[in-house]
Design a protein around this ligand. Structure first.
Ligand code: SF4
Length: 476
């Protein structure tokens, strides 16, 4: 059987915000995971429109398309196209789960919720000639998951080909998050067996890993045994965790010992009112500064995530948030305009209050205002969001933020990482075009290598660090 798996490009691909490097980071791991359930005799073509031109001149028997909110219209067009050609078309993913009725007219079958158990069920029905229209996720377990079909991933097209997911979901219930809608009707947080996760890690070449889990520290027992097993594997890795998990116990130290060098943290807002409104209880009354200092002391870089436009936000929120990030040496910051995704409690509440102003899903990219605001006008919110990005990533602010570190090595890593990520777009585009992304991995690994905190002789530290990095760029 000929099978085509497609991740259509998000709508941002055609917007002025499009940064090819941002969308060349992670391969479509979800589709490669489902591909593992197909038969070795099946001919599988996995295409990611973010990094390659789709080949539409083929005639697959089965087409599976992953649908996010901002690629939904593109996904539906592709689905209609392949159905006209006679293929059997499947749609699944976050948006299909939120709005199954919208997706159904474009598909032969749809998947609601995670598909690791329903996809093999579909395949069995399909081979018997009796597929159903809707496949709901019934059982939630990763115990029977076959190894991800990494052979289908075009590694040279991604900066982070070693992406990995060892859990599903998250133990928390923030109102603006897709998580509860996606996992409705069953377990909403579960993990792999530690041994299975460790053998998946062992399959990945090089040192660098990126855990795409929503909350890598969410299950303490699992995380402890994972980090224990990773000790001595000589890995450096990045992942996501909550403020609460960073402050509690010594799990973060164990993660650092296992190789955690950079963490994505959802600070979201400094307002307790906003946290309560969003049901972000794990951040309530937590000391953000203490969490940041703890991460810095462990040599872990921080990508702070913030949301603008919650009901308690006023005109000062942008400056307050950017200044705090610079003062506390956040390595990178990700800002979002609050977005009520369909299926979430935030969406339901806004709908009840008649505050949704558009249902053009292309605008639901966290860069546009799609609801009626309160203290800020929509224009102020949009302008403040744009200003925050520009301001945080100004060279002078990158320098100031870097120099706020205690250690000179830390300062230098910060400067390289942030500057390299945000300020060299033409260079990234060139590297992508020349298929050289893979060659950047040793540099990334070097920047993420361990820093010993020391204020002694910062000049010598900087010279030796610069020599290390330049030798990686000029190995000859
Ligand atoms: S902590 Fe993050 S992943 Fe978990 S529910 Fe909240 S926003 Fe979603």
């Amino acid at each position: 059987m000929k099978v085509k798996m497609i991740l259509p490009a998000l709508t941002e691909a055609e917007s002025p915000y499009w940064r090819p490097i941002k969308y060349s980071l992670f391969p479509p791991l979800g589709l490669a995971t489902l591909a593992a359930f197909l038969s070795p005799d099946d001919e599988i073509d996995l295409q990611d429109q973010h990094v390659e031109q789709l080949n539409l001149n083929d005639n697959p028997d089965l087409v599976l398309i992953q649908v996010y909110i901002t690629n939904a219209y593109r996904a539906y067009k592709l689905a209609d196209y392949y159905r006209k050609k006679g293929a059997y078309v499947l749609l699944g993913g976050l948006h299909v789960t939120s709005l199954p009725d919208e997706a159904l007219p474009h598909a032969d079958s749809i998947f609601v919720g995670p598909a690791e158990e329903s996809f093999p069920r579909f395949l069995s029905d399909f081979r018997k000639g009796k597929p159903q229209k809707v496949y709901q996720s019934i059982e939630r377990t990763l115990a029977t998951l076959p190894p991800v079909r990494r052979d289908l991933i075009k590694r040279n097209k991604y900066l982070v080909p070693n992406s990995i997911v060892v859990t599903r979901g998250c133990p928390h219930h923030c109102d603006f998050c897709y998580k509860d809608a996606f996992f409705k009707g069953g377990k909403s947080f579960y993990t792999q067996q530690t041994d299975a996760a460790l053998s998946e890690i062992a399959r990945l070449p090089g040192r660098h890993l990126y855990f795409l889990d929503d909350h890598l520290l969410g299950n303490i027992r699992f995380a402890e045994s994972l980090f224990e097993g990773m000790k001595g594997m000589n890995r450096v890795f990045q992942g996501a965790a909550t403020i609460d998990s960073i402050l509690r116990g010594d799990l973060i130290e164990k993660a650092a010992e296992a190789g955690l060098r950079s963490v994505f943290v959802g600070f979201e807002t400094f307002s307790q009112e906003n946290l309560k409104q969003s049901n972000k209880r794990q951040n309530l009354e937590r000391d953000y500064e203490k969490a940041v200092n703890r991460l810095h002391s462990l040599g872990i870089m921080i990508n702070g995530s913030f949301v603008f436009g919650l009901d308690d936000d006023d005109k000062d929120v942008f400056k307050r948030t950017v200044d705090w990030g610079i003062k506390h040496s956040l390595t990178t910051a990700t800002y979002h305009i609050l977005t009520p995704y369909p299926g979430t409690r935030l969406y339901q509440e806004m709908e009840r209050q008649n505050r949704i102003v558009t249902r053009n899903w292309d605008l639901y990219d966290t860069r546009n205002v799609v609801y009626k605001t309160t203290l800020l006008s929509a224009e102020e919110l949009k302008a403040g969001y744009d200003w925050a990005y520009k301001e945080f990533y100004r060279w002078s602010n990158i320098l100031e933020s870097s120099l706020n570190h205690d250690s000179a090595k830390h300062a230098l890593k910060h400067f390289f990482y942030t500057g390299g990520w945000k300020k060299f777009e033409p260079l990234w585009n060139f590297i992508i075009k020349t298929r050289g992304l893979n060659y950047m991995l040793p540099l990334l690994e070097a920047i993420l290598s361990k820093v010993s905190s020391s204020k002694k002789n910062p000049g010598a530290e900087i010279v030796s660090e610069v020599e290390d990095y330049s030798s990686l760029l000029n190995p000859g």
